[in-house]
Design a protein. Structure first.
Length: 123
């Protein structure tokens, strides 16, 4: 079950990455991890560094993907994002601003039925 969840998570990240790339975002890194946590995707657009949380659901039996993003989750992403900028100062010099976005995906028969991109989910 854990491997299946891992594979679905990677599938969601790939769908989100392709979706954002088509919207003009540039990919920087996937699955950035440190002792504080993990960020699914790090992208950039219009001089913004964008830390992206991806949530994928196979159905809405247990709620929608948006409901899986708590205030605590956003706080942890912010902590990881800020440590990323400290550990990679060369990127911080390029991008003066950052935000946290979310991409929520619902699948139907293993194909995206719905993809919603939420910008700046902290505010």
């Amino acid at each position: 079950m854990k491997k299946q969840n891992h594979n679905k998570g990677r599938q969601g990240e790939e769908i989100a990455r392709e979706y954002l790339t088509k919207k003009g975002f540039e990919w920087i890194e996937s699955n950035y991890k440190n002792e504080l946590g993990e960020i699914d995707l790090i992208m950039s657009k219009d001089k913004w560094l964008v830390f992206v949380e991806v949530k994928l659901k196979l159905d809405d039996r247990y709620g929608n993907p948006e409901e899986m993003i708590s205030r605590g989750k956003i706080w942890r992403i912010r902590q990881v994002a800020e440590s990323f900028l400290v550990l990679k100062p060369e990127i911080g010099k390029i991008y003066k601003n950052y935000r946290i976005d979310a991409v929520c995906i619902m699948l139907n028969n293993n194909l995206p039925e719905r993809i919603d991109h939420y910008e700046n989910i902290e505010s």
